[in-house]
Design a protein around this ligand. Structure first.
Ligand SMILES: [Zn+2]
Length: 184
């Protein structure tokens, strides 16, 4: 179980008792750009939850453990132990919140990238089949549309003609329709 305190100005302090150590983490900044500085102190196992004091000279953390009292000065610049008991007579006690644990340093470590699977070669596209609806026929390549006797062509297919007998696509150089044999 760790303890958390909002120090204001977007700063939080996390205090955790890990074994014989007290881990003090100062976190600042918003989500995604959070900066953390951790310090481990040999304080021993806590007897009681830690206490944070706000004094004129900064925030002071008091740890009471089997080894006695330890005082830690918390500043934006860092965390340092104080030898001896500081004057806390006019200090304001800051309320601590219990949290599961100190959040892990910064962003979660990235999972190693999976090697890329080799690209599957593209299957050759099946040629589009002409689409027929009633007396309407549509071809995709070249784009053309036929309805009854009307035909519409789109794109650069000027060399293409249609057999006047069966409507099959023929080229301008064809003399006979390849579909029905009609003489063009
Ligand atoms: Zn024909």
């Amino acid at each position: 179980m760790a303890y958390k305190c909002e120090l204001g100005n977007g700063q939080q302090v996390y205090i955790d008792n890990q074994g014989m150590q007290t881990v003090v983490t100062l976190a600042s900044g918003g989500i995604g750009q959070q900066q953390q500085a951790s310090t481990s102190l040999q304080t021993g196992k806590w007897n009681v939850p830690p206490t944070l004091f706000k004094t004129a000279s900064g925030v002071i953390l008091r740890i009471e453990s089997e080894q006695g009292q330890s005082f830690v000065q918390l500043q934006a610049g860092g965390i340092s132990t104080i030898s001896g008991a500081p004057s806390l007579s006019n200090a304001e006690v800051l309320s601590l919140q219990q949290v599961e644990a100190t959040p892990s340093q910064g962003m979660a470590p990235m999972e190693p990238m999976k090697p890329m699977e080799p690209m599957q070669p593209m299957e050759p596209m099946e040629p589009m089949k002409p689409m027929k609806m009633g007396n309407m026929e549509m071809n995709m390549n070249p784009m053309e549309m036929r309805m009854g006797n009307m035909s519409m062509q789109m794109g650069t297919n000027s060399g293409r003609r249609f057999c006047s007998q069966c409507g099959a696509t023929v080229t301008a150089s064809d003399r006979f329709c390849s579909s029905c044999g009609f003489q063009l």
